[in-house]
Design a binder for this molecule. Structure first.
Ligand code: DAK
Length: 260
């Protein structure tokens, strides 16, 4: 792969978008390679993913404007569909995905971060959806996920005002767009620490919790609770449920969760 690095550290996989010269802007090749990188994740071993961008200046500065500039309506729609497919795949990926955002997360960069389960950022992070200044709407889920995360009013302000609506890390934290902010040099360490905490917990339970939250958000509460019952019931009779509960009752530490 030319633009994606994939590294495994124990039970944590780290996907790095590596196109630093163009501030990690997303072109068609990166979208395809991201798909390939997800294919390569060994779900028997890896229990949490981190998605980040190469360098400290930018997480992802958006979709590639030079590539988009000559698209026809049909090509634009196809490009949007391709991005949405990959981003949706991240959102519904069976294991949790943490976005570690250093520097710019603009347009498609903000959108890919929002398709992750958890967003951690550095103090230098800048989030925004400046697409209307380019004559387009956010096209990789920004109109949908931003409004769900921070509320329609703030999402509309950020989107309608373009670059003027870009926000710094502290404001992103205040409105709930990111879970935590770290000094730049400590971001990856913090992301890995959280990923390792997640990776130590019962994998089937973590996966089912992700699915229950995601699927529940798409439906009314009553239907969501039925989804939860199903995911809850599905954990029983697993080795990990027996071990987790026995460890508590026997006042000992869990020996190991075995993902079965
Ligand atoms: N695309 C392509 N190249 C980019 C880029 C981008 N989004 N962002 C930066 N670069 C490139 C610059 O062209 C420059 O390349 P060289 O000139 O060195 O060859 C290099 O990265 C360094 O950038 P700057 O020289 O501009 O660096 P500065 O520090 O001065 O400024 C900046 C950093 C992030 C403020 C600035 O680069 C900037 O404003 N970048 C654009 C940010 C932006 O507008 N992002 C949103 C992109 S639009 C859809 C599908 C998808 C989308 C929409 C619709 N459908 C099909 C429905 C998504 C759209 C977007 O994401």
């Amino acid at each position: 792969m030319d633009y994606i690095l994939y590294e495994v550290k124990g039970a944590v996989g780290i996907i790095t978008i590596n196109r630093e010269k163009a501030l990690n802007a997303l072109n068609t090749s990166i979208l395809s390679e991201l798909d390939e990188a997800l294919d390569a994740v060994d779900l028997a071993e890896i229990r949490c993913l981190i998605l980040t961008g190469a360098g400290e200046k930018s997480f992802v500065a958006g979709a590639d404007i030079s590539e988009m500039s000559t698209l026809t309506k049909a090509e634009g729609e196809a490009f949007g569909r391709r991005g949405n497919e990959v981003f949706r795949r991240i959102e519904t990926f069976p294991i949790p995905v943490i976005a570690a955002v250093g520097g710019f997360a603009l347009g498609g960069g903000c959108e890919i971060a929002m398709s992750c389960d958890i967003r951690l950022c550095s103090e230098t992070a800048i989030f925004g959806q400046p697409e209307v200044e380019l004559g387009i709407t956010p096209g990789f889920g920004g109109t949908q996920r931003l409004a769900r995360l921070v509320g329609a009013g703030m999402a509309k302000q950020m989107i309608f005002t373009g670059r003027n609506g870009n926000i710094k890390a502290d404001e992103a934290y205040r409105i709930g767009l990111v879970n935590a902010v770290y000094p730049a040099g400590e971001l990856m360490e913090a992301a890995e620490k959280m990923a390792n905490v997640i990776a130590k917990n019962a994998p089937i339970a973590v996966r089912n919790a992700k699915k229950a939250i995601n699927d529940g958000l798409d439906v009314d509460v009553a239907t969501g609770l039925v989804v939860e019952e199903k995911m809850f019931g599905d954990c029983f009779e697993t080795y990990d449920q027996t071990e987790g509960m026995n460890a508590f009752l026997e006042k000992r530490k869990v020996e190991a969760f075995l993902n079965r």
